[in-house]
Design a protein around this ligand. Structure first.
Ligand code: B12
Length: 237
């Protein structure tokens, strides 16, 4: 069951530059604290959805031509929501719960920790402080970062798709590729992500197959409030 859903999801979303990897809810709940648990039976099928460098050209730019931006939400978030609704339309006989990376619970906690989900689904290794043996940071709070074996840090984790009516105890777990395997590199990665994230060098911690295009870089380098203006200027041309 899950392999046929995976196939249909791939056919639908990969042409738009999205990548989907399946996981069982139990794998996620086993690593996060109870306050972050997803309240579904352990064998429930879910997918983590990543945007690859191509999403900007293959999904976002075409989306801008068909949709008048509302101006209320981030245009990229609106675009991802559009493609999630396309998934729902293409699975009319399935109940699908979608959770975006930006969604919060009433207590302001994120509804889903997409990095942990990406790791347990085998999509991208989540490097955290505990992956480094000698701790050079003391009591400082150090944020973790996922690294994709093909795109390094040139991707984003957009959300999860949960199929509450599909239980798949036979789905086997794939471990993520440990592409930043030495202690020195892991320290360098966490330093770059925490203290120099604006220069984007954390994204190139490994050799990558593909990066964001010039236009995409310019878009993300622009302050969110200015991005609408940038898009308007582009559509004037
Ligand atoms: C809140 C938030 C922030 C906050 C706080 C960051 C934080 N990590 O807490 C701030 C504003 C600082 C921030 C900044 C940035 N962020 Co931010 N942020 C988030 C957000 C929305 C939630 C993160 C969160 O609250 N985590 C809560 C803590 C408690 O989770 P945790 O530390 O992972 O702890 C869990 C794990 O340790 C797990 N666990 C325990 N043991 C084990 C063992 C294993 C094996 C595993 C897998 C898990 C696991 O259990 C813990 C929970 O109980 C996520 C999207 C999302 N929904 O997940 C993006 C996200 C983490 N951010 C992201 C990015 C890129 C950034 C920025 C670079 C800015 C940007 N958007 O370009 C900066 C970089 C950080 C910096 N130097 O400031 C990306 C990271 C992508 C990646 N490759 O990993 C995410 C995933 C967004 C996305 N859509 O892709 N962010």
């Amino acid at each position: 069951m899950s392999s046929s859903i995976q196939r249909r999801l791939d056919e639908l979303l990969s042409p738009y530059g999205f990548q989907c990897n399946p996981f069982r809810i139990h794998w996620y709940n086993a690593v996060v604290q109870p306050c972050f648990h997803l309240q579904y039976p352990g064998d429930t099928l879910a997918f983590i959805v990543l945007s690859t460098p191509q999403m900007f050209e293959k999904a976002f730019k075409p989306f801008l031509t068909i949709r008048q931006l509302q101006g209320v939400r981030d245009p990229i978030d609106e675009c991802v929501a559009h493609y999630f609704s396309l998934v729902r339309k293409n699975f009319p006989d399935q109940r699908i719960v979608t959770i975006h990376d930006f969604e919060l619970l009433p207590n302001r906690r994120p509804k889903v920790l997409v990095q942990s989900a990406a790791h347990v689904a085998g999509a991208a290794y989540y490097y955290q402080m505990k992956d480094v043996q000698q701790n050079p940071w003391g009591a400082k709070k150090i944020y973790g970062v996922c690294i994709h074996p093909r795109y390094g840090g040139w991707f984003a984790i957009r959300g999860v798709l949960i199929f509450p009516d599909v239980q798949d105890p036979s789905l086997e777990q794939t471990l993520p590729v440990d592409c930043v395997s030495t202690e020195e590199k892991r320290i360098e990665l966490l330093n770059r992500f925490n203290f120099h994230w604006q220069d984007w060098t954390y994204r190139d911690i490994i050799d990558v197959e593909e990066r964001y295009s010039e236009e995409q870089r310019q878009y993300f380098a622009t302050r969110p409030a200015e991005r609408f203006k940038l898009l308007e200027q582009k559509s004037d041309r």
